[in-house]
Design a protein around this ligand. Sequence first.
Ligand SMILES: [Zn+2]
Ligand SMILES: [Zn+2]
Ligand SMILES: [Zn+2]
Length: 101
Amino acid sequence: MSKFSGDHRCAHVPGHLPTVAPAASCEMCGTAENRRLCLTCGHVGCCDSLGAHAKAHAEATGHWVITALPMSRLSFVWCYKCDDYVIGPIDHPAVVAAATA
Ligand SMILES: [Zn+2]
Ligand SMILES: [Zn+2]
Ligand SMILES: [Zn+2]
């Protein structure tokens, strides 16, 4: 699972990224490992191999699309609804800025 970006474009990717700075740790369990950012609201959860809080957030809110932190142009974008890597808004100015910060 080293694929960075899918070739699948899905309807769940939000048109605008959250503008809040992402939390330094999972908002639900506090781990700083393998953080996943909700691209809809900016919630930070952890990956499925830890507490699966990113997935829990997606299922609770319908915010299906996440990316890995720290965000970069190489970060994968995953849709929990499609259960696949998808084409994300990686050319969004916020992503580019984060990648070059
Ligand atoms: Zn967690
Ligand atoms: Zn969210
Ligand atoms: Zn999707």
